[in-house]
Every structure is written in C-alpha cells, then in structure tokens.
Design a protein around this ligand. Structure first.
Ligand code: SAM
Ligand code: GLN
Length: 283
C-alpha cells in the first residue's frame, strides 16, 4: 500500500483500497462508499477528503481484511425495510431472520396485541414486528447490556418508545404477564460446531448470541417449557432454529404433549423455523 500522505485524491484512494483487498475498482468503490455511508456515484465528487479521513478509510479496510464484518465498521445494518444501528459486540441480524417475520405475517387469525421477544440483540425482530402489528405492545429482552443499549438506540430512532419496553434479564427472569406471540432467535449453534463457524462470526460476534448448549436445542427447549405460563390461550410461539435440531425438538414437543406445531424451511430449503400453536393445515 502507498504511503498515506501520497493519497491526494479519491482516485488514488480507490487504487490503494483495490490493491489492499485484491479487488477490482468497482468493488473497491463499493467498499469505500459503504464505509463513508455515501452512494457510490458520489465518490468522485468527494475529492476534497482530508488526509485524516483517508487514513481512517484505509485503517478500516485493513480491519475488513482481517475479517471484521463490515456492519461493525459502518455501524449500520439493513433489516427488511429498516436501517438499524449496530454496535460491535452485538449480534448482526441475518437474512434468515427476515424470513421469520414473513412467516409470522402469514399466520392466520387475530393480530397479536401483546408480544414478547427473548434475546432481541439490536432490536431487529422487535422493530419489524412493531411495524407489522401497529396495535401491538412489545416487551423485548436481552441478557447483554450492549444489546439492550443498542436496541434502545434503535427503538428511539424509530419512535417506538411508547410501544416497546426493553428489559435486561435472563430468559423469562424479569417478565410478568401473558403474551399472544412469543418470538425468539435464540443462540442455537451446537457447541461442537462453534469452532468451525466462519472467522468473521466466531472471532467478532458475541459467543453468548450463538452458543446453544451441547446439542443446540437446550435454550429453545427451556424457552418453550418456561414460556407456557406466559403464553395466552391460543397464543403462538415463533422460533428460529437450526436444521440439525429438528429431530430433537420434535421428540421434545411430542414427549411434552406440546402442539400443534409446525417446522418451516428457509430460502435454502433447510428447516429454520418452529411455530407452536400453529396448525400445519391452516398456515
Ligand atoms: N434477535 C436478534 C436477531 O434476531 O438478530 C438477536 C439474536 S442472537 C442470535 C441471540 C440473542 O440472545 C443475543 O442478543 C444474546 O445476547 C441473547 N441471549 C443469550 N442468552 C440469553 C439469555 N439467557 N436471556 C436473554 N437473552 C439471551
Ligand atoms: N444463523 C446464525 C449464524 O449462522 C446463528 C444464529 C443463532 O444462533 N441464533 O451465525
């Protein structure tokens, strides 16, 4: 990479980033545009970038090369129609979780009035649900202080403070009342798979958001069992799960006589969602 002081304009910055990342010019432009939070076509009108700004961009590009997710550098993540703040140390919402909302949207019946989300992270599911069900009140929890702070920022940005309550607690520890919909994308990676996650996940994202216990289903089983007392009659539970846990979860549900339930697949054809209180024939 060239010495920073010689990067006198955008063209040189693009060249330098493209060399650093072994990427072509277009990719380098896209990276720089994302890091600056500007549309790509504006880059060439930004010739007057200060040396300090250029140095910052190059430092971030080096972090990217080391595997840090770009969302932790831009501090922004897109979730459905919403642009959310995301802070390092907080789980980055995934595409498959957007699909959980689609399934919830299609469940027939009355709109939920009271919703509980366990493990809200930056608040993505809660914010999407708040817009989907404008009459609902939502309680969103997380055990992580960083997550609660991040979710608070997003709730305020989306003017949802009057309908969303954030609670820092462990599972249902701080929760009272009953809910029409209990939703969670809990930690569900089986422990022996944690080590083989991509470096961008295992080296940068919080372990407590991923570690689902020995078999990956322990957390979900606890959520189902302890959640029964918080679920309204005819209430629904909606979970994101790992495909490998389907058999264990099916056995658990049958053994405990919990149902009706239905597993649903993600865009890649893997079982990724579990709905309880939803009749397969009617959904
Ligand atoms: N809901 C967000 C999403 O879908 O993008 C975050 C999901 S992340 C996979 C799981 C979240 O559960 C993390 O934010 C983590 O801090 C939280 N969590 C882990 N253990 C928890 C517990 N015992 N009680 C409440 N939340 C917990
Ligand atoms: N789907 C996430 C991943 O692959 C895991 C999410 C979770 O444990 N809830 O990183």
């Amino acid at each position: 990479m060239r010495s920073l002081s010689s990067l006198s304009n955008m063209k040189e910055l693009i060249e330098s980033v493209s060399k650093e990342l072994a990427a072509d010019r277009h990719e380098a432009e896209m990276v720089i545009a994302s890091l600056l939070g500007r549309p790509r076509h504006e880059l060439h009108f930004l010739d007057a970038m200060s040396d300090r700004e250029q140095v910052q961009i190059l430092q971030r590009v080096r972090q990217l090369k080391q595997g840090i997710p770009i969302e932790y550098l831009t501090r922004k993540v897109q979730f459905r129609d919403h642009v959310l703040a995301i802070n390092p140390g907080v789980f980055i919402p995934r595409l498959e979780t957007e699909q959980l909302i689609e399934y919830v949207r299609k469940i027939p019946g009355r709109e939920p009035q009271m919703i509980l989300e366990i493990g809200t992270g930056c608040g993505a599911l809660t914010i999407a649900l708040a817009f989907l069900f404008p009459g609902a009140r939502i309680v969103a929890t997380d055990i992580s202080e960083k997550a609660i702070e991040n979710a608070q920022e997003n709730i305020v940005d989306h003017a949802l403070g009057s309908r969303v309550e954030l609670v820092r607690c462990d599972m249902y520890g701080g929760i009272s009342g009953v809910f029409d919909l209990i939703v969670s994308n809990p930690p569900y990676i089986p422990r022996d798979r944690l080590g083989i996650l991509p470096p961008s996940v295992k080296d940068f994202e919080p372990l407590e958001a991923l570690d689902g216990g020995e078999q990956g289903v322990e957390f979900i089983e606890e959520l189902i069992e302890d959640g029964q007392m918080h679920l309204a009659k005819d209430g629904i539970m909606a979970f994101e799960i790992d495909d490998d846990g389907t058999d264990l979860l099916r056995t658990f549900l049958e053994d405990n006589n919990i149902g009706p339930y239905v597993f649903r697949r993600d865009l890649f054809g893997r079982y990724r969602y579990l709905f309880i209180g939803v009749d397969r024939a009617k959904s």
